[in-house]
Design a protein. Structure first.
Length: 114
């Protein structure tokens, strides 16, 4: 019985950590670093699509339109979620507060490449 409980708990924890970026809820974000991490999840997904399609430049409407239709829709959803999170973060936190997050430099590098 204990083993069964441990398996259920472990699977719950693993599935909760693998939330899709487009499913992030603003109500789940509390700190400046939470917002930054959420944006970074969107950026990671966008970078993955870029890498899968050998897009080495910053995204533009021209190179997004070259993607398969399904990936274009995913990109639109990711960009929309990214903007939603970014706007909410700007309303709650200053740039200085965002810069205090431990992964800010890594986040900024990703931000610049997209």
């Amino acid at each position: 019985m204990t083993f069964f409980g441990a398996v259920i708990f472990a699977s719950f924890m693993l599935t909760s950590c693998s939330q899709e970026p487009t499913e992030i809820k603003l109500s789940d974000l509390d700190t400046a670093c939470d917002y930054q991490d959420a944006i970074e999840k969107c950026l990671d997904a966008i970078i993955e699509i870029k890498d899968d399609n050998n897009i080495n430049t910053a995204l533009s409407s021209s190179n997004v339109s070259e993607l398969p239709e399904e990936q274009q829709e995913i990109m639109r959803q990711l960009e929309s979620k990214w903007m939603e999170i970014e706007l909410a973060a700007k309303k709650k936190f200053t740039t200085a507060e965002m810069e205090e997050c431990p992964n800010f430099e890594k986040f900024l590098e990703k931000y610049k490449t997209v």
